[in-house]
Design a protein around this ligand. Structure first.
Ligand SMILES: *Cc1c(COP(=O)(O)O)cnc(C)c1O
Length: 454
């Protein structure tokens, strides 16, 4: 029985006008969040977890305000989504205007300009100046699935190679591509066939293999165990997201991409987490001049509205028969309006530079932590996508328990902090690019305090 109106909590205005401060009005979770958590437990499927136990009413700049009036520093951007800021005024205006005009026609039934304009913009912004095409979908998983469909249609081959520690989503094909069993795959098989896993370059844990050596190791595995002639695509995150912000050694990605080109294999960059200014470049591929055949994007693309895309070489994208790609909601007009506003901010709002500035602060503070504390084994990432890997200093083994305690400490003190990594021992920093320097430093200060205390 639903006892309450859906609007039992007061609406307050979000966006950058929210007071930019950390404020603990109650303990976390406060009484209203506790009440909502109880309702959640009896109404929402148990498989859907909440990692920071509060319920939001507004967000913007660098804060999330909860139902109890607590103001939390946001170091996660809802997993790299609100890169332009939460309730960014440009996005709010575009969404409101579009919603008032029409909310849906289905692009496959009746076209509208916004979809085409997003495709044109992505074709221009993604790496490489070759002729490109774009198709729009709803989620990162859906973009990845469609990239694989397109690569198979183009090559007439079936096999796909993904990498150790990869995360590509939660649908059936993307679960197969994802490496980590718990929580993503346990009990959910059988998985899609013709998916193979190759070793990654993981500088902190692979004994210092160079990029070229790590690429050679992966290519040998692929040639011997899969066979280039059977291989439709290689898919890789240029910096792994859920896998722990692993930045491969320099040269690894270009070597794989060259090998793919030489063997008629489609090289797919999964830039769902790394895309759109996040890493201090428009795309993470840009750091090494990598030009993928196909790029999958989502997360940051539309300021929080669900939208994803596959962008790539015209001859590959156009290999699919008419009607072979699409979906009821793909490229929804409201999401597309939000994307156009966001893409304009990425291109003209100085956000690439802002990600670099945030990256400099993250590196300065986190490098200092590592220098003073042997449990901080590694600091890595690019731009506003940086992580620390926590280890037992005696053995170098991953310390997932310490990681969980630090996250819980930060949450209780009003900092939204995300963990990651195959071994659960990575804390990742993905602040919205609209966060102020002081708030960012304060959030990092709480993490330093957590390391001292727990
Ligand atoms: C989040 C993510 C996905 C899946 O995106 P969803 O929108 O959650 O389906 C795929 N690839 C990467 C790299 C991601 O970070």
């Amino acid at each position: 029985m639903t006892a309450r109106s859906p609007h039992a909590t007061t609406q307050i205005q979000g966006g950058p006008e929210l007071p930019q401060r950390r404020l603990l009005a109650t303990s976390i979770p406060g009484p209203r969040s506790k009440d909502l958590l109880a309702r959640k437990t009896s109404a929402v499927a148990g498989g859907v977890g909440i990692s920071v136990p509060v319920f939001a009413v507004a967000a913007g700049g660098g804060v999330i305000v909860d139902v109890d009036g607590n103001s939390l520093i946001d170091l996660g951007s809802g997993i790299a989504v609100t890169t332009v800021g939460n309730a960014a005024p440009e996005v709010v205006a575009a969404v409101s205007a579009q919603a008032a005009s029409f909310t849906h026609t289905c692009f496959m039934i009746t076209g509208y300009e916004g979809y085409v304009a997003v495709a044109e913009t992505l074709n221009r912004l993604t790496p490489g100046d070759h002729d490109k095409r774009t198709a729009l979908f709803n989620s990162g998983s859906e973009a990845v699935e469609n990239a694989i469909k397109i690569a198979r249609a183009h090559t007439g081959r079936q096999a796909v190679v993904a990498f150790d520690h990869a995360y590509h989503g939660r649908t059936n094909l993307t679960m197969a591509l994802t490496a980590k069993a718990h929580p993503y795959k346990n009990g959910f098989g059988p998985f899609a066939p013709e998916v193979y896993r190759a070793p990654l370059s993981y500088p902190y844990r692979d004994g210092g293999l160079s990029g070229a050596e790590a690429a050679r190791r992966a290519i040998t595995m692929i040639e011997k165990q899969v066979g280039a002639a059977n291989l439709a695509a290689i898919i890789i995150e240029p910096i792994q997201g859920e896998g722990g912000f692993i930045v491969p050694a320099e040269g690894f990605l270009p070597a794989l991409s060259r090998w793919a080109a030489d063997n008629g294999v489609v090289f797919i960059a999964d830039e769902v987490q790394t895309g759109f200014a996040r890493t201090g470049a428009m795309f993470a591929s840009d750091h090494e001049g990598l030009v993928p055949d196909l790029v999958a994007t989502a997360k940051g693309i539309a300021g929080g509205l669900p939208l994803s895309a596959v962008t790539g070489r015209a001859e590959i994208m156009d290999a699919v028969h008419v009607g072979g790609l699409g979906g009821t909601y793909g490229g929804n007009p409201v999401a597309v309006a939000a994307a156009l506003a966001s893409l304009d901010l990425f291109e003209h709002g100085g956000l690439v530079e802002r990600a670099q500035q945030i990256g400099a602060i993250l590196r300065e503070q986190l490098d200092a932590l590592r220098d003073g504390d042997p449990r901080v084994g590694d600091v890595r990432g690019r731009g506003a996508m940086v992580a620390i890997e926590l280890v037992d200093p005696a053995t170098g083994d991953p310390d997932a328990a310490l990681t969980a305690r630090i996250a819980a400490y930060a949450h209780a003190r009003g900092v939204v902090l995300l963990t990651a990594g195959t071994f659960g021992n990575v804390i990742r920093f993905l602040p919205p690019l609209s966060i102020g320097d002081d708030l960012l430093r304060e959030g990092l200060g709480v993490v330093a305090e957590a390391l001292e205390t727990v």
